[in-house]
Design a protein around this ligand. Structure first.
Ligand code: ARG
Ligand code: ZN
Length: 884
């Protein structure tokens, strides 16, 4: 049964455009409710296209004022207008002609935050993926690349700043208190990269000189009075620009680069050519308001959007099926950048953790889709962890398989061949085949086959022959629309360790399938034989997470403990301890279903303690090691009949036992972490703060008296937001004193409620308090004056995090959590369907719940599905979750 009105669009139906737009001249008069837009386009008919073929222009919520072709205004009989399309039936027979269209739009009633809208009184735009059609009628598809000139006119007093794509050309007064600015972008671009901003903004500026000597003026624009919080973003931008020159040889290509921070934004940020627009939480930071995580996110997202200038803008996507061409590649690039700025090992762990907690569940549920989807009903629903994060892992695998130098050669070739084009995944892969002289046909299945591959591994060691045999069997799970799949190329870095901790070299083994130390698994099942292995080794698989797969290899607690302490690859150390932790917590959860969770294994606690006190390791690394898998991750590993309450009980018990185990060394560890009085957001200082909070959190869960008082001190004495917020969260979530919990919440509110970014944290911390009571708390908070249905960040910080990060609250056994979220989605769908649909994906794993909760969740989803007038966005997600 299909209930959604939306028609599916298929990759296989792609057709090149019949008409291209070569230049666009826009004249936009900003007005709160009646913005006037004049667009003059030069159209060119493609070779061989019959002139009787009409010109089709997309439109959405536009008021058409006039259409002219080659200067002659058309009669209503000469065109056809529907709510989504303007069709010009008769156009000149000659190859090139001009179309001029006048429209009127209303920025104030634009609650979808797509197209031109107002945020805190300032005008801004968001056009990816299909927002330009909400500004003017246009062939709104990424393979039409045009040169844009934009004239913006507005009231000078209310809107003193006027920004556009490209370089500033001219500005001046026009009388009646109005003024204008003209911007010209010489680089042909798709419509989704169009942007403009008009507002009363403050700014900071910096000069940058590119490697070849081009002078670039950098600017960051923020709401009035916030310019003191933009320095870290500026610093990140400069470091990103330098890094792209040094690592990829890519320079910036305009005279100005501007960033504008706005407080109402559907996503994180947008890479519009020369004029990036950001969700302000990814720009504004100072030590009193931003946590270390905020700093790291700002650095990564500034870099991400900047890197799009080449991977996304100079080379864009032929169609939206190729979204991962720009997103996966750009995520890979920003991950590499952050790795170079911070600790590579810790960054890798963070990235894998994110992939596992956001992408693995997507791949395992009804919303699973290939990194390059083959069809979509609503493209906004495909800005997913699969396209972004798994997409980045695929690029990383290409780099692993080719090696650093050939990978770089492949990237160079990609820029050489496709600069100025709208490209495809096939073209991208071909560059690496040529540069690496390899055949990537089988590898390319990573783009088309959905689901996380499972690798079953069995190892046999023959003592007498000193022979080790490892058998690998890969399994591609069926996903919606894809039942049978072919085996894939799975790159594997593996290591063998002797009991004394020394590594037994595997690269020298003459075994088929090992290239540059990387094992290439290509068959459904294959064996690897090692001779002359002196003792039964401890095997480490998927080192560094060489492939985004799930490995199923039975290892004893002793072996996991060994790897957690002795692996030389940081990621694999972490993974071993995570596997160990998951195993013991899941065992505990199973017991908790019928009573009390069982105790943690002694060896597990012993390893935890050793890591906690291992001074020679980076503090950030110790902190990630000691962060046991989240309750959501455990649910995903359990996979079916999930009981979130039982997981929570076991999780708490294990954390408490770990906290007890390190209780005696807590004092010395904390003392050893001397942190400078003056706050510094660098990785080393952040790591110390993180270890400190992690240790204290475990102590508080264990109810160790020292930790209970230390966390209070940490909250009240903190000279930075990281410590303050971590202490707040630990107290609110786990401290036994109700008085203290209420006191810190009140204190935090009083201090920070005027800063909307920090106020979001105050909402979020309450929404994520474990347990059923969170449902009532969240409901109460939605009735506050400072809660808002129109601000996406506020919605996400209360409803979004409740649904995604509070497993025992959202999954309350009476179904109230589901109802609360479903009610919000229903209401939100009328104003901002894109954000509503995103929030709805929190239900994506409902099928893996135990029967009681599964039925409740399903009932609320079905009830939602029965509503009429659902958006395309929400009905697409509902259909996929319920009908497959
Ligand atoms: N291209 C942006 C980025 O990843 C994301 C924009 C997504 N916007 C949307 N409406 N789907 O940097
Ligand atoms: Zn991106």
């Amino acid at each position: 049964m299909r209930t959604s009105q939306g028609q599916a669009i298929h990759l296989k139906d792609y057709q090149a455009p019949e008409y291209r737009v070569v230049t666009v001249d826009l004249d936009i008069h900003l007005h709160k409710t009646q913005t006037y837009v004049k667009s003059k386009m030069l159209l060119v008919r493609a070779k061989g296209v019959d002139p009787t073929i009409p010109v089709k222009l997309n439109g959405d919520e536009l008021k058409l004022l006039s259409v002219s072709v080659d200067g002659k205004e058309l009669d209503e009989r000469d065109y056809q207008l529907t709510p989504t399309m303007l069709t010009l039936g008769k156009v000149p027979k000659k190859k090139k002609f001009e179309v001029e269209i006048e429209t009127e739009i209303n920025p104030d009633t634009n609650t979808k935050l797509m197209g031109l809208y107002r945020s805190s009184g300032n005008y801004c735009t968001q056009c990816e993926a299909e927002g330009f059609r909400r500004i003017t009628f246009f062939p709104d598809r990424p393979d039409i690349l045009a040169v844009y000139t934009t004239r913006i006119e507005a009231d000078k007093k209310d809107v003193p700043i006027l920004l556009g794509n490209g370089n500033p050309v001219k500005k001046g007064a026009v009388g009646k208190g109005r003024h204008y600015a003209i911007w010209h972008d010489p680089h042909p671009k798709p419509s989704y990269l169009f942007a403009l901003v008009g507002g009363n903004l403050d700014s900071i500026h910096k000069n940058f000189r590119t490697a070849s000597g081009r002078k670039v003026k950098l600017g960051i624009y923020v709401e009035k009075g916030k310019q003191n919080s933009a320095d870290y973003a500026m610093d990140s931008l400069v470091r990103s620009m330098r890094w792209d020159e040094e690592v990829f040889g890519l320079e910036y290509d305009l005279d100005v680069f501007n960033i504008v921070a706005v407080s109402d934004f559907n996503m994180g940020a947008m890479e519009n050519k020369g004029l990036n627009i950001f969700n302000d939480k990814y720009v504004l930071a100072n030590h009193d308001t931003a946590t270390d995580t905020d700093y790291a996110n700002i650095e990564a997202i500034i870099a991400h959007e900047y890197f799009h200038n080449w991977t996304g803008n100079r080379i864009t996507c032929r169609d939206w099926f190729q979204l991962c061409l720009k997103e996966g590649l750009t995520v890979f690039r920003d991950q590499e950048f952050s790795s170079d700025q911070r600790s590579r090992g810790v960054k890798r762990i963070e990235d894998v953790r994110r992939l596992k907690s956001s992408q693995f569940p997507e791949d395992a549920g009804p919303l699973a889709h290939p990194v390059r989807p083959e069809s979509y009903v609503e493209i906004n629903n495909f800005y997913t962890a699969t396209v972004y994060e798994k997409g980045a892992e695929i690029v990383r695998m290409i780099a692993t398989v080719l090696g650093e130098q050939k990978f770089r050669k492949g990237m160079d070739l990609y820029f050489k061949r496709h600069d100025g084009e709208a490209a495809t995944i096939e073209q991208f892969i071909d560059c690496f085949e040529k540069a690496g002289k390899v055949d990537l046909t089988q590898f390319a299945l990573w783009y088309s086959q959905a689901g996380t591959p499972l690798l079953n591994v069995v190892a046999k060691y023959e003592n007498s022959a000193k022979r080790l045999e490892i058998e690998f069997e890969q399994f591609q799970r069926p996903t919606s629309g894809q039942r049978r799949k072919a085996p894939m190329l799975i790159p594997q870095a593996i290591a063998l360790f002797g009991k004394d901790g020394s590594e037994i070299p595997v690269t020298s083994t003459k075994t088929a399938g090992i290239e540059n130390g990387i094992l290439h698994l290509t068959k459904r099942s294959q064996k690897l034989i090692f001779n002359d292995v002196p003792e039964r080794p401890i095997i480490s698989l998927n080192r560094g997470f060489t492939a985004p797969i799930e490995v199923n290899y039975r290892q004893s607690s002793n072996e996991l403990a060994f790897l957690a302490l002795n692996e030389t690859d940081g990621f694999s150390r972490w993974q071993a301890f995570q596997t160990y932790a998951s195993r013991t917590i899941i065992r505990g959860a199973k017991a908790a279903k019928s009573g009390e969770p069982v105790n943690a294994e002694d060896l597990f606690l012993e390893v935890g303690k050793k890591i906690a006190e291992a001074d020679e390791l980076e503090p950030a690394f110790r902190a990630t090691m000691l962060t046991v898998p989240g309750e959501g991750d455990l649910a995903q590993m359990i996979g079916k009949n999930v009981d979130p309450e039982a997981i929570h009980k076991s999780w708490m018990k294990h954390c408490a036992q770990l906290g007890k185990a390190i209780k005696d060394i807590q004092g010395p560890i904390l003392k050893g972490l001397t942190i400078e009085d003056k706050f510094k957001p660098d990785a080393l200082s952040a790591g110390k703060r993180s270890l400190r909070s992690t240790i204290l959190k475990l102590g508080v869960i264990a109810r160790a008296p020292e930790a209970l008082s230390e966390i209070e001190t940490m909250y009240f004495d903190a000279n930075n937001m990281t410590d303050k917020f971590n202490a707040l969260a630990t107290i609110v979530h786990y401290h036994p004193s109700r008085d203290l919990r209420e006191k810190v919440l009140e204190d935090f509110y009083q201090k920070y409620h005027l800063n909307h970014i920090v106020l979001d944290k105050w909402f979020a911390v309450q929404a994520t308090k474990p347990g059923k009571s969170a449902v009532a708390t969240v409901k109460r908070l939605t009735r506050r004056k400072d809660f808002s249905f129109s601000n996406p960040n506020r919605l996400r910080s209360l409803i979004g995090v409740f649904a995604t990060s509070n497993p025992t609250g959202f999954n309350a056994d009476n179904g109230r959590g589901y109802k609360l979220v479903a009610d919000v989605i229903r209401r939100l769908d009328n104003s901002n369907p894109q954000v509503a649909a995103r929030m709805l994906t929190a239900f994506r794993s409902f099928n893996s719940l135990e029967p009681g909760r599964r039925t409740l969740a399903q009932d609320y989803l079905k009830e939602l599905q029965r509503q009429d007038k659902l958006s395309n966005d929400v009905s697409d997600i509902l259909d996929r979750m319920l009908n497959r």
